[in-house]
Design a protein. Structure first.
Length: 129
């Protein structure tokens, strides 16, 4: 058994297979996911687990060189926007429609139980050296 970190076997394995420039989407429970990317569905019920719990867990495990969010988060969900800004300063803003299109090319989508608007982020993996 692992000592800590992400214990979910499927998610832990998927993270270990990521490479430089691969994209991971941390999604609220309502984000449409087209066929293509691997999906690890952690949603248990509305709000469980939260977007930020999952994001924090992933940020502790992977190297992130870039992040993208929907610009609509700033107005519709300012609390989430502020939390993302604290964790991922300089995250790029694009339209929510464009973010949804980007999901198709992601390597991995991690679905949370988050039920607040625009609580989604695309993380581009970096390298630790």
């Amino acid at each position: 058994m692992k000592r800590g970190g992400i214990l979910h076997g499927e998610l832990s394995g998927a993270l270990a297979r990521l490479g430089h420039t691969d994209e991971v989407v941390v999604a609220d429970c309502g984000l449409p996911v087209p066929p293509g990317p691997q999906v690890v569905d952690l949603a248990f019920s509305f709000g469980v687990p939260t977007f930020l719990q999952v994001l924090d867990g992933l940020l502790a495990e992977i190297v992130v060189e870039d992040a993208t969010v929907a610009r609509e988060v700033d107005e519709a969900n300012p609390r989430c926007a502020e939390a993302i800004g604290q964790r991922l300063p300089g995250a790029h803003r694009i339209s929510h429609a464009e973010l949804k299109r980007r999901v198709a090319s992601a390597r991995l989508v991690v679905r949370t139980g988050e039920a607040t608007p625009f609580a989604n982020v695309v993380l581009r993996c970096g390298v630790p050296f």
